[in-house]
Design a binder for this molecule. Structure first.
Ligand SMILES: *Cc1c(COP(=O)(O)O)cnc(C)c1O
Length: 178
């Protein structure tokens, strides 16, 4: 989340953030001197029409937590696709899927597949929830290689410590823990 803000948000540029959602999008935007467009939820879900209407020349990143922490609702694939086709290609849509492994509804988006058509999405997942490794800060992003190259420019040389790496490998070997 920090790398995305560092790479793509400069002073005065904007994030669109649903209200209510995970708190870090606000924090990483403000750290870069960015501004926030808050978009209230509608019937407990992210209001994609309203988000679309807030996009302007200064919009850099739309932060979407799907399923939404701490609400628990999610946006389905058809609705998400319909939204993505209207978002300008130079606006990044972050799909924070920290709870991806818990979303077993069939209509939940196959976001990796969506990358084929929508290069401006960055998918984020983490070992924190599904493997109970919160605080080790071990997550990963899936995105178009061009966007990844920008993230590497602002990444510290060692941003995942050895303890986290060892724990991650151990959890991958222990699928029963899920
Ligand atoms: C827990 C959580 C994170 C943080 O993931 P870490 O890998 O622990 O840094 C990010 N986004 C959401 C929505 C979360 O719930």
């Amino acid at each position: 989340l920090s790398l995305i803000a560092k790479a793509f948000i400069s002073k005065g540029e904007e994030s669109i953030i649903p209200e209510i959602t995970f708190g870090w999008y606000e924090s990483v935007t403000l750290q870069m001197g960015g501004k926030i467009e808050w978009v209230p939820l509608k019937e407990h879900k992210m209001d994609l029409d309203e988000i679309k209407s807030r996009i302007n020349q200064n919009t850099r990143v739309i932060w979407m937590c799907n399923p939404n922490n701490p609400i628990g609702t999610f946006i389905n694939e058809a609705t998400l696709k319909n939204f993505l086709k209207d978002v300008p290609k130079d606006v990044i849509v972050v799909l924070d899927e920290a709870y991806y492994e818990f979303a077993d509804d069939l209509s939940y988006p196959d976001s990796i597949k969506l990358l084929e058509d929508y290069k401006n999405i960055i998918i984020l997942r983490t070992f924190s929830k599904v493997y109970g490794l919160a605080s080790l800060r071990l997550g990963y992003g899936i995105a178009d290689s061009e966007f990844i190259s920008y993230l590497y420019k602002v990444k510290e040389p060692i941003n995942v410590n050895m303890v986290a790496q060892v724990a991650a490998l151990a959890s991958l070997d222990d699928q029963e823990i899920k």
